[in-house]
Design a protein around this ligand. Structure first.
Ligand SMILES: [Zn+2]
Length: 148
């Protein structure tokens, strides 16, 4: 395992420091980090965390995620973001909602924070083979944080 060497993305500013800290924390604490493969706005999901972040920081975060994934031997997976917010993580129904809607409420009885619902969908998009290779992990707390 190399230290902070030639692969380390250097950009010394506060936003970069914040992205670095988050990436290091999630990679260190989790065997798997799955995130939406977006350019503009994204969500990071792991067993314990969901975050919404802005576009510039997202790019930084992705770079640091790849970096710390190597360092901590974390599996980092980018998944297709299609319908991750609209789909019910419980029954699969499409529940239309605006970006400002904070609660997912489905006719099947499933009701949870929109980000949690999306996070479960994102995690479910990780291939079974990838998930099977991971150590069992405790569920699930949620932390939301704006990265600015
Ligand atoms: Zn449902």
């Amino acid at each position: 395992m190399g230290g902070a060497g030639r692969n380390s993305p250097h950009r010394p500013n506060q936003r970069n420091e914040h992205a670095l800290r988050i990436a290091r924390n999630v990679c260190k604490a989790n065997a798997l980090v799955a995130y939406e493969d977006l350019n503009v706005k994204g969500m990071v999901k792991n067993h314990c965390l969901a975050k919404s972040i802005n576009d510039v920081a997202w790019t930084l975060l992705r770079r640091w995620l790849e970096y710390f994934a190597r360092k901590f031997n974390t599996t980092v997976v980018a998944v297709n973001p299609k319908m991750t917010s609209q789909k019910c993580s419980d029954c699969g129904a499409i529940v239309k909602k605006s970006l400002s809607t904070r609660t997912h409420k489905c006719s099947c009885g499933c009701e949870m924070q929109t980000d949690v619902n999306a996070a479960i969908n994102i995690l479910n998009l990780v291939s079974p083979a990838t998930r099977a290779a991971l150590p069992p992990s405790g569920l699930a707390c949620l932390l939301r944080e704006e990265l600015r």
